[in-house]
Every structure is written in structure tokens, then in C-alpha cells.
Design a protein around this ligand. Structure first.
Ligand SMILES: Cc1ncc(C[n+]2csc(CCOP(=O)(O)OP(=O)(O)O)c2C)c(N)n1
Ligand SMILES: [Mg+2]
Length: 360
């Protein structure tokens, strides 16, 4: 059984990784990180899911936008993988791999995109703002930078309640790092010394805006010292490095070290959303080392180091596609919300509304 599967008691999901995982790794060359294969499998699942969402979008079956994390799965999976029960996760739009590793069921995603009223947002939000606040997966706010403050506030609330040994991990893009909200959140995190990890993914674009129009410092990780964080740079295409660096940051935050900033470099291998063809990305950039596909690189490591035989790899791929098809079929059978019968409320999780005066 996966450790991750035990972590999120309420976010139930099917057991997806075969019991043979450990054996497959044990009798062959050692993987570059002890959780390499487990992480790779979540990456495969995220890629299969997002490829399906794109095809549904192109077929006109999804209303609104589709936003994917192609090329960012290695960073993202590492964000979700090391969090434990009681930890807080604040993913953003390209974090499907991390969401799955943290425990989000696939059907949450398909229900949300396909508008099922049984989805976590009750069919009222068409894409990526879903979450389970009660299970510590925060629903993302679109306004860039805002989730750092929300995560810090959540961590402070846990501290006030006397909880111990928890951490929070908040994801951000390099574009979001340039907002006022982000700076405020980072500052207060360090002032309050909350156990926070901020993983910033520099995918070289914020929509169509390139790095040289976003910031003027040499390396975003240099900001860590100004905020009062510990900072680490990372090649976001290298799964083993992602697991080492992000896993290490989670461990340090849990051990009471200052807040941690990890800046990962890679290229967004899609448009901003599927409505965007990314034609503004220059061809020569696509040949840079940071433009490599993390999933292909991880697969290459698996084959070259003989971590898994090709048949098992093919089975894993087939299994990922089957799980995705299953989740899509479930959501497609379900009803959409009916406007005249909906119990409209600004919050999808009605029981989080403060019931002021109810006990009086
Ligand atoms: C404060 C704010 N300004 C603008 C937007 C619109 N917007 C949504 S995503 C995005 C680009 C974000 O870029 P980045 O943070 O680098 O993340 P990426 O999309 O590259 O993963 C923009 C401009 C927003 N959501 N919030
Ligand atoms: Mg970006």
C-alpha cells in the first residue's frame, strides 16, 4: 500500500499502485530516489488525465477553459508526495500530479470539468478552482499570489489550536511571484515563522509574457534571503532532483527551520490554456535543456536503469488510461446543476459558512 494512500483519510481513492512496486524496484538497479517509481506513476496518471481533458475540450464537451501542467509533473508530484495527514496543500492550475499524489480522487477532476453536480464545486466552477478545505486541500483563488496568505493563515490557525508537526506547501508561478499579494504573504510567513514551503515554478511564461518582462533580478531564488526564507534552485525537468529538493524542503520546514522557497526551472509545454497555441514561444527556446519533458526523462531513466521492465511500464500506462476513462464515464452519466433548484451560496462548501449566533 502506498504511504500516500494512507495519508488522506477522507479523500478516498482507489488503490492504484500495484503491490509489486517495491519488488520491481528492489531486484533491479536502485532508483535515483526511493520514491521515484511511485512519483513517476502519479505523473503518468496526471498526463493521461490531462490528455483526455484536452481531447474532450477539442470535441466541444467541456465548457470554459482547460489548463494543464504538461512538463511540470515532476515538480508538482513532489509537492504532493511528501505531505502527510494534517499538512496543508495549496496547489495551482498546473498541479494535477501533486493533487493526485496528495489524494484528490480523479473523479473530482472529471466531475468539475464536465459540470456534474456531484463534484466538489457542485458543477458550478468549470475547471481548476476545486478543493477540499476540510481535508487540507485548499481550493485555489484565481488572484495570483493570494494563496500564500491563505496558507499562512491556515498554518497560524493550526498553531493557535495547539496542533504540532504540520507543514503547508503553497505553489506559485514565476508570474504570480511578481504580485503584491505574494510579497505580503511571504513577508508574514517569515515574520511568523510558520512551517511553510513555497514551490515556485518558473516555466518561463506568464500567459504570453516572457521572463525578461516579468522580473529584473538574475535568479528568483535570490529573493529568499530578502524575505527571510531559505532558498533552493531546482532543475524542474529532473524527477529525482525534484524529489530530493522539495522532499528536503518539506522535512526542513517540519523540523522548525525557517520557511523554505524552492524555485524550479522548466518550460511550460502547452499554451497557457488549451485556447492558447503558445505560438509566441521561440523555437530555439524549445531546444534548451530546461525545455525537456520531465515525463520522458523519467521514463528514460526507468528504461536505462532497468527499474521496470517494458511490459510493466506498458501496463502502468494502460492502467492510467483505464482509470481516466472510468472517471470520465462516471462524470458523464451524472446530472448538471439545475439553476432553479440550486441552493445558491458563494461558498461551495456550505458547512464552512459561519453560523453566527446559531448557538445563542
Ligand atoms: C492578480 C492577477 N492578475 C492576473 C491574473 C490573470 N492570470 C491568470 S494566470 C496568469 C499567468 C500566470 O503566470 P504564472 O504565475 O507564471 O503561472 P503559469 O500560468 O505560468 O503556470 C494570469 C496573468 C490573475 N489570475 N490574478
Ligand atoms: Mg509561468
Amino acid at each position: 500500500m502506498l504511504q500516500t494512500a494512507q495519508r488522506t483519510a477522507k479523500l478516498k481513492r482507489k488503490k492504484r499502485t500495484p503491490a509489486s512496486l517495491g519488488e520491481a524496484a528492489a531486484d533491479k538497479t536502485a532508483p535515483p530516489h526511493e520514491r521515484f517509481l511511485e512519483a513517476f506513476r502519479w505523473m503518468l496518471l496526471a498526463r493521461a488525465l490531462e490528455e483526455k481533458l484536452v481531447s474532450l475540450y477539442r470535441g466541444g464537451q467541456i465548457t470554459g477553459g482547460v489548463y494543464i501542467g504538461k512538463g511540470q509533473e515532476a515538480v508538482s508530484v513532489a509537492c504532493g508526495l511528501f505531505l502527510e495527514k494534517g499538512d496543508i496543500f495549496a496547489p495551482l492550475i498546473r498541479d494535477q500530479a501533486g493533487r493526485s499524489a496528495f489524494g484528490e480522487p480523479l473523479v473530482d477532476v472529471t466531475r468539475t470539468y464536465l459540470g456534474s453536480r456531484l463534484g466538489p464545486m457542485r458543477g458550478r466552477d468549470g475547471n481548476i478552482h476545486r478543493g477540499h478545505p476540510r481535508d487540507n486541500e485548499l481550493a485555489m483563488i484565481s488572484h495570483l499570489g493570494a494563496m500564500v496568505s491563505v496558507t499562512v493563515g491556515t498554518l497560524m490557525a493550526k498553531r493557535f489550536r495547539g496542533e504540532k508537526d504540520f507543514v503547508g506547501l503553497s505553489c506559485i508561478g514565476e508570474g504570480g511571484m511578481q504580485t503584491g499579494a505574494f510579497h505580503e504573504g511571504m513577508n508574514i510567513a517569515a515574520v511568523e515563522q510558520v512551517p511553510l514551503v513555497v514551490v515556485a515554478t518558473n516555466n518561463h511564461y506568464a500567459y504570453s509574457t516572457p521572463n525578461d518582462r516579468e522580473f529584473a533580478c538574475d535568479d528568483l531564488v535570490e529573493r529568499a534571503i530578502g524575505y527571510g526564507f531559505e532558498g533552493y534552485s531546482l532543475d524542474g525537468t529532473d524527477l529525482a532532483a525534484c524529489l530530493d529538493v522539495i522532499g528536503g524542503a518539506v522535512k526542513r520546514a517540519r523540523a522548525g527551520r525557517p520557511p523554505q522557497l524552492v524555485v524550479a526551472s522548466l518550460l511550460r509545454l502547452s499554451g497557457h490554456g488549451e485556447h492558447d497555441d503558445a505560438s509566441y514561444v521561440p523555437e530555439d527556446m524549445k531546444g534548451q535543456p530546461f525545455a525537456r519533458d520531465c515525463l520522458k526523462l523519467a521514463e528514460q531513466t526507468i528504461i536505462e536503469s532497468n527499474l521496470l521492465d517494458p511490459n510493466a511500464l506498458a501496463e502502468w500506462r494502460k492502467d492510467a488510461v483505464a482509470q481516466v476513462d472510468d472517471a470520465v464515464a462516471t462524470a458523464q452519466k451524472e446530472a448538471v446543476p439545475e439553476a432553479d433548484k440550486e441552493d445558491w451560496c458563494a461558498l461551495s462548501t456550505r458547512d464552512l459558512v459561519d453560523h453566527v449566533g446559531e448557538d445563542e
